[in-house]
Design a protein around this ligand. Structure first.
Ligand SMILES: *Cc1c(COP(=O)(O)O)cnc(C)c1O
Length: 356
């Protein structure tokens, strides 16, 4: 893709790469950062000083508005290395689109395409040796923006920072999930910010998730705020179920619109499955597990791609799903996505953006 490069990006290279110190066979998620980061400032209504600089600490006023009033949003995406060395981003324009929707809801400025996509391409190109190539590994990319006005008082910040940091991640261990249907706490209500990737949505999930983990679950299945009767999502991943040849996924604006979920739905339809994006009641799900009509259930998100759900806890009972090894659709779609992202098959949908 040929972006009109209207914004010049200043590049200050590191003097000493940290690459030789990294053990690529022992990466813990989100703990190792590559040599450079992209930083841009929004001041007086304009984005200025778009720069790539060595990864390092920020200096901020203690009154920085995001720390008090929570104007903070982010994205999560990945770059992959093909066997021939090509580095590719997966559907990054979808992340840009969602980022700007989050920004609008939180009264923050949009980040233009030439800074977001153009900046990403320049950054990933510079740090391309940080993109691991082993099966299942990738360079995790974290774009984020927050209000920087050094003043108290509840109002939209008058200045913002947009930053992109990247982190090599190893093969994700595809364990299966035990999820608890949450019927007391609420993640998002209609008219709220559930669809946006803003920092507060994760802060509020921590305590209820900790309680569920103390009962032996991995994560929660959030339900609707009004009645706790409809299934929403897992908090960092969306949920999909298979019934017959139909893939069903909850849909509403209280749910984060995941790009992995969208991608899986588009693939399912292309393969001749039906796909339904609609309200799914907890009762429909539980009844379907009990009568055997729900044959597959999984969580979908950038971090883990697709993780099978094997047990669901609801009102003190555990409902068990079929053996993940026997799940035809989940296994086929995961294989297809891996083949596509590592460049082993034809990119028939045009989802890979090559960084050259
Ligand atoms: C990021 C995220 C997802 C998954 O979205 P992807 O675009 O597939 O990574 C799902 N739910 C929540 C709450 C998220 O933050």
């Amino acid at each position: 893709m040929n972006e009109a490069a209207t914004t010049a990006i200043r590049v200050e290279q590191t003097r000493q790469s940290k690459l030789p110190q990294v053990d690529f066979n022992n990466l813990k998620f989100g703990q190792t950062f590559s040599d450079h980061m992209l930083v841009a400032d929004y001041v007086d209504g304009h984005w200025t000083d778009v720069s790539i600089v060595p990864y390092g600490n920020l200096s901020l006023s203690p009154a920085t508005s995001a720390l008090h009033y929570g104007q903070a949003i982010f994205e999560g995406m990945k770059a992959y290395r093909f066997a021939n060395g090509t580095v590719s981003l997966f559907r990054p324009h979808k992340n840009l689109e969602r980022f700007n929707k989050s920004a609008l809801r939180l009264e923050m400025p949009e980040v233009p395409e030439d800074i977001f996509i153009g900046g990403l391409k320049t950054l990933i190109d510079l740090d391309r040796d940080w993109v691991p190539g082993a099966e299942g590994s990738s360079l995790y990319i974290r774009p984020f923006m927050f209000g920087t006005e050094p003043a108290l008082g509840v109002h939209p910040s008058d200045s913002y920072k947009f930053i992109v940091i990247t982190s090599p991640v190893g093969a994700y261990y595809h364990k299966s999930l035990r999820l608890k249907v949450e019927t007391h706490f609420t993640r998002a209500a209609e008219g709220g910010v559930g669809f946006s990737k803003n920092a507060g949505n994760y802060a509020l999930s921590l305590h209820p998730t900790r309680l569920a983990q103390q009962e032996g679950f991995d994560q929660l299945i959030w339900t609707d705020a009004n009645e706790h009767k409809y299934v929403e999502e897992a908090g960092t991943a969306n949920l999909l179920f298979r019934v017959g040849d139909t893939i069903i996924t909850p849909s509403s604006d209280t749910i984060l619109h995941g790009i992995t979920r969208r991608t899986i739905i588009e693939i399912a339809r292309h393969w001749g499955y039906q796909a339904e994006e609609r309200k799914v009641s907890v009762k429909e799900l539980i009844d379907g597990i009990e009568d055997g009509s729900v044959t597959e259930a999984f969580a979908a998100g950038t971090a883990a791609t697709l993780t099978p759900i094997t047990e669901i806890g609801y009102e003190g009972r555990i409902y068990t799903l079929p053996d993940p090894a026997k799940r035809v659709f989940s296994n086929k779609v995961l294989q297809y996505l891996n083949d596509l992202r590592y460049g082993r098959i034809d990119d028939e949908f045009g989802w890979n953006l090559i960084v050259d």
